[in-house]
Design a protein around this ligand. Structure first.
Ligand SMILES: [Mn+2]
Length: 307
């Protein structure tokens, strides 16, 4: 980290990137790095890259949009496994520093800090700053904490390690108010209640597989878009009778049906890949061309559960 801080001193500006479709960890590591560098190098031009339209932004401390200047540029790319997923153009950077926790497929940086064991990219950034004894500003700490919470599902996933809690302790020492943070993160509204009620009233089951289906009409009636509709998949999680649970949503634009599959104890990504999808062992996505395919998918899942 000291070496990197020294390297940073040599650049006129630093551009901070993250992946497209940012989640809490992408934003968290990006804003955490941004606010930390702003404090460390107040004379430097620190630029946030990527599309900044997201509902998630209301959770994060405010930031300034600054323009690129001419001069030597360091690009820091966070939480992004491969070049294609970077939100923004890195071609004008003189040097690239990649910091990531995904499986290593593309070490596109001039410097690469890759830790696949880390719960989140935000954890890596927090520990780097801790190692360098940076007195963290509260807005950086808050951002990084949100990132860790997002990717570890509030320390629930097995990716949570002693290092994760070490990072969290360092962030807490900056004085963040986690109760307020959790309140803003987990606050729901009546619309959520309506969608949840609809799912509980209409879900279907076959053996140990449960799912809900939201047609375009349902989505319109519930006043949510398709991807929001599939985000409710874990409404069917944590029921002892169901080992696999799914959200199926009609995708009118592409004339198909998107499936989010979650499971407990049993890997479902190989089955997902048979239906134009894939992902993690216990969390995958798939696409059905017709609803008739759903029956085949459920059949294969049941077969796997019984095998
Ligand atoms: Mn991440």
């Amino acid at each position: 980290m000291d070496r990197i801080l020294k390297v940073r001193k040599e650049f006129d500006q630093i551009v901070i990137y993250r992946h497209v479709n940012p989640d809490l960890d992408a934003f968290g590591s990006q804003f955490g790095m941004y606010h930390a560098l702003k404090t460390l190098f107040p004379q430097k031009n620190i630029v946030l890259a990527g599309n900044m339209e997201s509902e998630l932004l209301s959770l994060f401390p405010s930031f300034e949009v600054s323009q690129l200047i001419k001069g030597s540029t360091l690009g820091i790319v966070l939480d992004t496994a491969n070049r294609e997923r970077i939100d923004g153009d890195i071609s004008d950077c003189d040097r690239i520093l990649k910091i990531d926790h995904h499986i290593v497929v593309d070490s596109y940086g001039d410097f690469n800090i890759e830790d696949v064991e880390a719960s989140s990219c935000s954890e890596i950034v927090a520990l780097l700053l801790k190692e360098a004894h940076v007195a963290l500003p509260i807005n950086a700490a808050q951002s990084l904490y949100l990132g860790i919470i997002g990717d570890s599902n509030r320390f629930l996933y097995s990716s949570t390690s002693q290092k994760t809690f070490g990072a969290a302790a360092y962030l807490l020492s900056a004085g963040i108010n986690i109760e307020k943070l959790y309140q803003s993160l987990y606050m729901r509204n009546k619309k959520d209640l309506e969608v949840t009620r609809f799912i509980y009233n209409n879900y279907q089951e076959d053996g140990q597989v449960a799912w809900y289906y939201l047609s375009a009409q349902d989505l319109e009636m519930l006043q949510i878009n398709r991807s929001q509709g599939s985000n409710y998949v874990n409404t069917l999680a944590n029921f002892e009778e169901f080992k696999v649970w799914m959200a199926i949503t009609q995708n009118v634009e592409e004339n198909n049906y998107r499936v989010s599959i979650r499971s407990r104890d049993i890997a479902i990504n190989e089955i997902a890949s048979e239906f134009r999808g894939g992902g993690h062992a216990y969390a995958s996505g798939a696409t059905l061309l017709t609803l008739d395919e759903l029956e085949i998918l459920v059949g294969k899942l049941k077969e796997k559960l019984n095998g």
